[in-house]
Design a protein around this ligand. Structure first.
Ligand code: SAM
Ligand code: DTB
Ligand code: SF4
Length: 327
């Protein structure tokens, strides 16, 4: 699964991952001087990964808007007035075409997202077909469709789904400030089904929603105490979308975002940490710091689900300037 760092970058001994991190320990990591934290994160990163390789996924919104959930950050919720065009579930052929184009552009994983509380009926059957067809194109597959039950996870696994993305979003303590239509426990239950079905877990959260550092600590504790750790940990910087309740949220100190990535890297040394939403609003220099902190995965392509992402061309240049290789 994880590549071992190349000979000249490997640092020994490798400390095995832990699943019993306490909030006090995690808070202490956050509190270190920035340089000490980044140095430690880079050390851990080099123990487990080639530090110049970044996994590249492409994201496609296969069903957009009109979502009954009330997630305060999300432009796709019917509870908010965000300027999003509602689109029903795409045809399989359209998705396969997009997957081919993503592969051509260098993506290794194709992630499909649907604005649902949970998938149902004929739509779910179509989603299974998408998984099979995209997998047959030679891409890893990932989906995020909302809550799933045990049977649905089994069927997705049988169709060949490699990863399921389901985020915890924030700490259990802050969660109620952001979402009221589903509980933290609902999310944990879906994650258990995904794990039990034998799929890889992609699970992370959003920072910059007005939470305290203690909430970021608590979110990371939730993630790092899962055994095994989620294979992929997306850390999203809130994209403040007009019409959502969080549109006017103060910007998080970018160094605090980098710290969050660095702590995630230290806590979950074998996981891919994804520098996820929010890159469009970041400078190249800030993104370089994120990679230094141990982020080793991004979304590639001009659009996330409904909001812009950097142009593919710009990312190619950034990789070149930093000597990074897409993987
Ligand atoms: N509806 C499904 C669900 O929520 O489980 C899947 C799609 S949902 C859009 C996937 C994730 O995108 C959310 O869990 C959230 O972490 C992230 N997200 C949504 N809107 C965002 C925003 N404005 N800024 C940052 N991340 C966002
Ligand atoms: C994740 O953690 N971030 C992605 C993906 N999983 C599905 C979604 C980001 C969405 C950003 C807001 C938008 O484009 O609508
Ligand atoms: Fe719906 Fe997902 Fe957006 Fe929440 S994050 S409103 S569940 S699309």
């Amino acid at each position: 699964m994880n590549q071992t760092a190349t000979e000249n970058t490997r640092i020994t001994p490798v400390i095995p991952p832990r699943f019993d991190w306490t909030q006090a320990e995690i808070a202490a990591l956050f509190e270190q001087p920035f340089n000490d934290l980044l140095f430690r994160a880079q050390q851990v990163h080099r123990e487990h990964f080639d530090p110049n390789e970044v996994q590249v996924s492409t994201l496609l919104s296969i069903k957009t808007g009109g979502c009954p959930e009330d997630c305060g950050y999300c432009p796709q919720s019917i509870h908010h007035e965000a300027p999003v065009q509602v689109e029903k579930l795409m045809d399989v052929e359209v998705v396969v075409e997009a997957a081919r184009a993503a592969k051509q552009a260098g993506a290794s994983r194709f992630c499909m997202g649907a604005a649902w509380r949970n998938p149902r009926g004929r739509n779910f059957e179509r989603v299974l077909e998408m998984v099979e067809r995209v997998g047959a194109e030679g891409l890893e597959t990932c989906m995020t469709l909302g809550m799933l039950d045990a049977e649905q996870t089994r069927r997705l696994k049988d169709a060949g789904l490699d990863y399921y993305n389901h985020n915890l979003d924030t700490s259990p303590e802050f969660y109620g400030e952001i979402i009221s239509t589903r509980t933290y426990e609902d999310r944990l239950e879906t994650l258990r089904h995904v794990r039990d079905a034998g799929m890889h877990v992609c699970c992370g959260g959003i920072v910059g929603m007005g939470e305290a550092r203690s909430d970021r600590v608590s979110l990371l504790e939730q993630l790092a105490c899962q055994q095994p750790h989620p294979e992929s940990v997306p850390v999203n910087m809130l994209v403040r979308v007009e019409g959502t309740p969080l549109a006017e949220q103060d910007e998080l100190d970018p160094f605090e975002f980098v710290r969050t990535l660095a702590v995630a890297r230290i806590l979950m040394p074998q996981s891919h940490v994804r520098l996820s939403a929010g890159r469009e609003q970041m400078s190249d220099e800030l993104q370089a710091l994120c990679f230094l902190a141990g982020a080793n995965s991004i979304f590639y392509g001009e659009k996330l689900l409904t909001t812009p992402n950097p142009e593919a061309d710009h990312d190619r240049q950034l990789f070149e300037r930093l000597g990074l290789r897409p993987a």
